[in-house]
Design a protein around this ligand. Structure first.
Ligand code: FE
Length: 332
């Protein structure tokens, strides 16, 4: 196993020893090393199961899994966004598993209805606004950001990012293509600047006065808040009288050609457990999916909100439609 794995990972990160013990798990992860290594170390110390992992961007990891086919050393894929998890499942690289433990620990709307992937952390894609130029009473919903009152006041991340594709996919699921397109066109009309390459830059533009409001994943707001505790930005939870805040997940599945499927399933079950969920979420300032586990105090301080109950799988199913819609609407 190790002889075959090493040449493949020369450009990536290989860590943790491979034990000669019976149990080992090989993980391909699009979630960064610093977010997974503490959990893997904990699991290895507890169980003796050796975990070998590589990290890379979600696209290359999935291409590699597909190219390796039955020869893949990977037992588990960890990636971010339901759109990517859906695509991996549709590509046939994930095995359907039926686990009472996972079904109990992960709410039904945060996992694949066919059991090919399970959400492990929840993130909210929400509105962040300037506390100097916006009163929270002026805000209400994602749809309202298309209103002309926000003309020249909105900043957005690029539509190329799966996070925005998933957000628009859920607008389509909820409102239909025509209404969703009108909203996206309204957003484009209201932009104060060309779309930004990441969420942090969009928030920095709001803080700098280039625009007044943006839409980001909460953990990026948390990171900015840790770096600049006095930043004049705040979170607003939209759609509280309607669909709820758009949520998404990072998650994982056991691969179709896993060499250690039982060990991989046990690791996945543990990652969803009360013992692991606090750290799994807190390391990236996300929300645990396991409802018995409280979020990190810094996350809890943002307050509670009503989340969209739509199965996040819909974000994947409608992803291609969302990409075409954003293109038509001129959202770059
Ligand atoms: Fe992210």
């Amino acid at each position: 196993m190790i002889r075959r794995l090493i040449p493949l990972v020369c450009a990536a990160t290989l860590a943790a020893p491979i034990a000669s013990a019976a149990d080992e798990v090989v993980v391909y992860s699009a979630r960064n090393e610093h977010l997974i290594k503490p959990l893997f170390d904990h699991y290895t110390a507890k169980t003796g199961t050796a975990i070998t992992y590589i990290t890379d961007k979600e696209g290359p990891l999935l291409q590699r899994l597909k190219a390796e086919g039955a020869r893949t050393p990977a037992d588990m894929l960890i990636t971010v966004d339901a759109g990517n998890l859906w695509y991996a499942a549709e590509s046939g690289v994930l095995a359907a598993i039926d686990s009472p433990v996972l079904n109990a620990n992960v709410p039904a709307n945060l996992r694949d209805p066919q059991g090919r992937w399970y959400g492990l952390s929840e993130r909210a894609r929400t509105i962040v606004y300037s506390t100097e130029r916006v009163k929270p009473e002026e805000l209400s919903s994602y749809e309202d950001l298309a209103d002309p009152k926000w003309k020249g006041r909105l900043c957005l991340r690029t539509s190329k990012k799966v996070y925005n594709q998933s957000l628009v996919a859920t607008l389509i699921a909820r409102l239909g293509e025509d209404q969703a397109e009108q909203i996206v066109r309204g957003w484009v009309d209201n932009l104060a600047a060309a779309p930004f390459s990441n969420d942090t830059k969009a928030m920095e533009a709001v803080a700098a006065g280039q625009c007044d409001v943006t839409v980001v994943n909460t953990y990026y707001f948390g990171r900015l808040q840790k770096k600049q505790p006095d930043v004049k930005l705040a979170i607003f939870w939209p759609n509280q009288d309607s669909s709820g805040v758009h949520i998404n997940v990072s998650g994982a599945g056991v691969t179709q050609h896993a060499k250690h499927p039982e060990a991989a399933q046990k690791l996945l079950e543990w990652l969803s457990s009360a013992e692991a969920q606090g750290d799994f979420a807190a390391l990236n300032l996300e929300f645990p999916v396991n409802p018995t586990v409280a979020p990190d105090p810094a996350v809890a301080a943002w307050g509670t909100f009503k989340a969209d109950a739509l199965n996040v799988n819909e974000a994947g199913r409608l992803q291609a439609d969302a990409i075409r819609l954003m293109d038509r609407a001129g959202y770059r």
